[in-house]
Design a protein around this ligand. Structure first.
Ligand SMILES: [Mn+2]
Length: 352
């Protein structure tokens, strides 16, 4: 592969670079697709959607993820062939990096989001392409295609394929994976989706065979009884509303999770519920992990959840959806959160 072909930024609105990238993809290569730890529907959906199309172009494609996908995603076409780092020897993982000819990163804006795969990516000297919808502060790939205005990386992948004139290679499997990514990252087209183009993409994907009803059913209506009861407990016993800050939080200890036989992905989406309360515009879910406290942050309007997460909880993300972490106890994390709210009180009240 000619590395020199492969440098710079791609932009949907500009023509530069696209021909070179297309030329790269019409010749079969060994491609490695990577996506972030704690993979969500967009991570898995964008990776799988891309894989299905690259297979049709004759590429050899492997997807490696740092850790398992939650159970509500395992039905996605092709998921059974996704390689999970934690389930393989380090040796076999490094072989994938050694043998591939091109690395595609999807749905993450810093190698840190790869967790245990971070080092492998940083060391890898193969040409790298990033497709993402997060703002990127550190360029870590040769080529990047970024649009923070888009609701999901899966939508970016669709537009990427369309721009490369590969739309007709998107079959029902790829279309379903990409639509699953779009639907999950926008919480069923409720957030980050107030622009007309997203519905054009959704329409095209449905025309290409995406099974929208199945996505909705598998993602939203497949709660285990334990998960449903954990949600009830979280809202009834565990949610604290702070009207003076227009904020609310849920804090789940390891014990809480154990009591409800918590499985990966069970708390997915819980953070959105407090935002349904009138006058609450900022919601945080704390979950106690083995060695740190994990935070999910959601906001409405212009309140910058990402900035808040970055400033106080080593995190980041989008304005309305961010993540963070805290080293210390659950109580200390909540304490830090409550005092940080004081700094943001004015901003929280400025929001209409
Ligand atoms: Mn995403």
């Amino acid at each position: 592969m000619q590395n020199e072909l492969f440098h710079g930024k791609l932009d949907f609105n500009l023509e530069s670079g696209w021909q070179e990238v297309r030329a790269l993809f019409v010749i079969p290569h060994k491609v490695l697709i990577l996506t972030h730890k704690n993979p969500d529907g967009d991570a898995i959906g964008s990776a799988l959607g891309l894989k299905w199309v690259l297979l049709k172009l004759g590429h050899t494609v492997d997807i490696i993820i740092p850790d398992d996908a939650p159970s509500f995603l395992i039905w996605l076409p092709g998921h059974n062939e996704v390689i999970v780092k934690g389930r393989k020897s380090d040796q076999s993982i490094s072989r994938y990096f050694d043998e591939c000819e091109l690395v595609i990163c999807s749905d993450f804006n810093t190698p840190e989001r790869l967790g245990s795969l971070e080092e492998s990516l940083r060391k890898c000297v193969k040409p790298k392409l990033l497709i993402d919808h997060h703002p990127v502060y550190e360029q870590f790939t040769d080529v990047q295609l970024i649009d923070p205005q888009k609701g999901s990386a899966s939508e970016m992948v669709f537009l990427f394929l369309e721009k490369l004139l590969f739309t007709e290679l998107i079959g029902p499997e790829a279309a379903t994976c990409l639509l699953a990514g779009i639907m999950t990252d926008t919480v069923g087209l409720k957030v980050a989706s107030s622009y007309p183009e997203i519905y054009e993409t959704v329409a095209k994907l449905i025309r290409l065979g995406a099974d929208k009803d199945r996505i909705y059913f598998e993602v939203y209506n497949m709660f285990s009884t334990d998960r449903m009861r954990l949600l009830g407990y979280s809202l009834e016993q565990n949610m604290k509303v702070l009207p003076e800050f227009r904020a609310a939080y849920i804090a789940l200890s390891k014990n809480d999770l154990k009591n409800f036989r918590h499985k990966k992905g069970d708390t997915e989406g819980f953070v959105n519920y407090p935002l349904s309360i009138a006058n609450v515009i900022f919601s945080v879910l704390f979950t106690e992990q083995t060695d740190h406290i994990k935070l999910s942050l959601r906001s409405r309007g212009n309140f910058p959840a990402n900035e808040f997460a970055k400033k106080y909880f080593n995190g980041g993300g989008h304005r309305n959806a961010a993540g963070g972490r805290y080293s210390g106890t659950l109580q200390e994390a909540i304490g830090q959160f409550e005092s940080a709210l004081i700094d943001y009180k004015e901003l929280l009240h400025a929001e209409s």
